[in-house]
Design a protein. Sequence first.
Lengths: 155, 450
Amino acid sequence: MRPTVTTYDETLVATALIAHRPIHPMLVPIPIVCFVGALLTDIAYYATAEMMWADFSAWLLVVGVIMGVLAAIAGLVDFLSNRLIRAQAPAWPHLIGNLVVLVLAFFNALIHTRDAWTSVVPVGLVLSVITVLILPITGWLGWTMLYRHGVGVTR
Amino acid sequence: MMMRARFLRSILVCGSLLCLAGCNDGGGDPKAQIGANPPLPELQQYLLPPMHIAKVVGWKKGETPTVAQGLKIEPLATGLQHPRSLYTLPNGDVLVVESKAPPAAAIKRPKEIVMGYIESWATSGGNTGESNRITLLRDTNGDGIPDSQSVFLDHLNSPFGVALVGNDLYVANTDAIVKYPYKEGDTKITAPGEILTPLPGGPIDHHWTKSLVASPDGKLLYVGVGSNSNITENGMEAEHNRADILEVDRATGRFRIFASGLRNPNGLTFEPQSGALWTVVNERDEIGPDLVPDYMTSVKDGAFYGWPYSYYGRHVDPRVQPQRPDLVAKAIPPDYALSSHVAPLGLAFYTANNLPEQYRGGAFVGEHGSWNRQVLNGYKVVFVPFSNGKPNGMAQDVVTGFLDSNEHAQGRPVGLAVDKAGGLLIADDVGNTIWRVTSSGSGTSPAARL
């Protein structure tokens, strides 16, 4: 065991906290699951033309966007209130990538308010695919900040 | 609650901004889409559909709609609860069908929450008291004009159409045609009704008004059953026997589909000269301010008018899947466009002789008014001249002024009827009034004019 690794830098502490636990990583899985789920239900609708799947997509996108905005607010608070967090190499790409995800998902939710087939095919489905393709990249950057740089970690 | 309202409103503002950037949303001249073969623009698909409904403010004392020259208008009955359709009995009594929408189905999509909230601004006018009943208006002083009102038939299920054949009075509730015994002069029916035939009702009951008319020989009833969605978004299985006019055998209750592909047919009436069945139809929404024009048409036995697969004949709607080219090939265009999104719900041919000569033999249409275009359309009663049983000429505004100068709705016209003295009656479902239009020069009796 190397003490230099296990003793994290206290100055990378997050600002948006519940009982010393950072909020951003708590919220982030929700939009990720919603957007991946919406892609799956979009594909199911494309394959079956069964409205139930398109309805699922619409709910998943709306909930994903709302929870994504909350996660973004918590992340932004951490980002803006700590110069050392902003200085982490993955911080900006992580922020911009996830902003793109939220904007795409917002438009996708609007597309999904259309009635029947064109609520999904083709624009909705394409947006769902692009959204989900960006998620592993921004997720990777986020995990890098947490698990390798120790952003938000306190001891 | 405030937070939620503000949040929804800001989403809508964002939506309209996007739309302003992306599309020209005002639409063209609504008058260009009146008559046979209306011009149809390319369809557009929205990020958010425009929702512009006139906020309901109601009538202040003494205020009335405006009528065309040579006519006058007065309230015949006020203080009603969402009056939607009218029926004149042989003795001159007028039945006012007061009706509320059936309970909403379970919400399927987040969109319905937002749209329901916005629509609640517009329909708040009639949801305050007892409704779902029929009120009788009776002429008590012999001038042919009804002047007293009482409850005729109560505890109905979102009724709309009424038809009398002999001593059988049929009421089209949203879920069934119900038969009641009626004798001339009755002011109240207490007998329990007898179901003639069930109709497609809930749990989803999107277009719930069931228009009703009896064939001239009294053997058959025709009932309009609107679609269960805008454009199949509740699934095709929800559309069973819907977007149809059903022909019901009065003796047995057995029915068959008389005509199909009519998205929301109302105002079923027989044209007096040709004897053909006519209807006004609310066409589909959310593909543009000038799509799809609502229309009136003669209804041919066995004909298919397009919904959901196509509109105005063979214009395919890409929102429907799987598509049915075989049905699209059969689709016929309707006779006469009334302009887009005007929401015609009432139709009455005028064969009496109180109103000026020009109105005799033609059709009045009650246009409830638009929600799906930025520039409001409808919210008035128009007259379509007919000759030889066919529309012949441009629709004319006859009763306007349902919107005030701020584009708030003082009233909205729905069902129409002609009373025994020849006055045109208009059910105003948010002004909660029955209006009566007569010739301004004639007094109120047809005899005075002759």
